[in-house]
Design a protein around this ligand. Structure first.
Ligand SMILES: [Zn+2]
Length: 72
């Protein structure tokens, strides 16, 4: 929704909170799911996490996760 339209109808603009599976990580410390492109958990700053895409994704998703890890 456009910002101007939001102002006109008085609704607050909410950020989109959607994480593609290959970017999803589950923090081992506080059990928060976050976007792994941030590298560390935004809640507790832990860098110990499970790549959800590797655990739950199909072969194509796992391949994209590997590309993401190699690109670092
Ligand atoms: Zn955390």
């Amino acid at each position: 929704m456009g910002k101007l339209l939001s102002l006109i109808i008085g609704e607050e603009e909410k950020p989109v909170q959607a994480i593609p599976l290959e970017h999803a990580a589950l923090c081992a410390n506080c059990e928060t799911v976050f976007d792994v492109t941030g590298r560390a958990c935004p809640v507790c700053c832990s860098e110990v996490y499970l790549n959800v895409g590797v655990a739950l994704g199909d072969e194509e998703t796992r391949s994209r996760v590997r590309d993401l890890v190699v690109a670092r």
